[in-house]
Design a protein around this ligand. Structure first.
Ligand code: SAM
Length: 259
């Protein structure tokens, strides 16, 4: 890691407003910091489900005063890995978006292939690929959407360490690691891959410098940092819940916390 101290916004002030069950939970501090660092004007997520990752990106847009828009693409029907789910998931996401991110979020309830036509080439600053996790599906999502990413833009891949069932994001990402220079992989949780498209005028920030330095010792430190950041976030949430219960008890309530 660089010699200067890395003290990103997630450690300073991030309190997730959306907390739902998802294996994405381990990467929330990084998602928050990445948006704060690269300040995307256009962000697209492929695979939203109940919105944990998506609303973390949105929260960072707002709290870091970024003039950007976020598109959420999902058929909201489920796939072979999530299994089919009912309309209530979409309705809940829609409600949360309306109540918190009106005007900056667009929910596109359709298949990824249908959404493609709505985006110009070289227009997306941050693309998150988190649909079906077979090798073939991840490859197709990347290959069809990569032209839409602007040179210097960032692509995230979830589940690049998951080796269960027929998951193949890990295998596809390993192939990308052979052919891309600016690429990084978090190993914790189910893994998160980060790739920067070559070219363009990518604004260098402390985080992007750390991500794409290509030095194994520094990479290890960054990985460790975000393992700790995720534990720290969870500990702070638990402490908040404990405080809430204690205060409710003092007021003579039932001692119930809200999250
Ligand atoms: C793993 S979940 C997304 C998880 C989410 N990012 C989170 O933070 O928890 C995958 C989602 O992708 C959607 N999906 C998969 N393939 C799709 C496709 N080709 N078109 C549209 N949606 C798709 C599924 O409906 C499902 O909701």
């Amino acid at each position: 890691m660089s010699d200067s101290i890395y003290f990103p916004p997630s450690l300073q002030r991030f309190e997730p407003k959306r907390m739902v069950f998802s294996t994405w939970v381990d990467h929330l501090p990084f998602a928050y910091d990445l948006v704060a660092a690269i300040r995307p004007k256009m962000l697209v997520e492929l695979g939203v489900y109940n919105g944990l990752s998506f609303f973390t990106f949105c929260q960072s847009l707002i709290e870091n005063n970024i003039d950007g828009v976020a598109y959420a693409v999902d058929c909201w029907e489920g796939d072979e890995h999530t299994d089919a789910y009912d309309e209530s998931i979409f309705l809940d996401v829609q409600k949360h978006a309306r109540e918190n991110y009106r005007g900056i979020t667009y929910l596109m309830k359709m298949f990824f292939s249908e959404a493609l036509q709505h985006f110009k080439d070289d227009s997306i600053d941050l693309l998150h690929i988190d649909g079906l996790h077979t090798y073939e599906a991840v490859k197709e999502d990347f290959e069809t959407w990569y032209p839409k990413v602007r040179p210097g833009g960032i692509v995230l891949f979830h589940d690049v360490m998951a080796r269960l069932k027929d998951f193949g994001a890990w295998r596809y990402f390993e192939e990308l690691e052979q052919s891309h220079e600016e690429i990084f992989k978090f190993h914790h949780g189910f893994g998160l891959g980060v790739l920067r498209k070559p070219g363009g005028q990518a604004p260098e920030t402390q985080l992007t410098q750390l991500l794409f330095k290509g030095d194994e010792a520094s990479d290890q430190k960054l990985r460790q940092f975000y393992v700790h950041a995720s534990h720290f976030l969870e500990a702070r949430r638990q402490a908040g819940r404990f405080r809430e219960i204690t205060e409710n008890r003092k007021k003579g309530g039932q001692g119930k916390a809200t999250a």
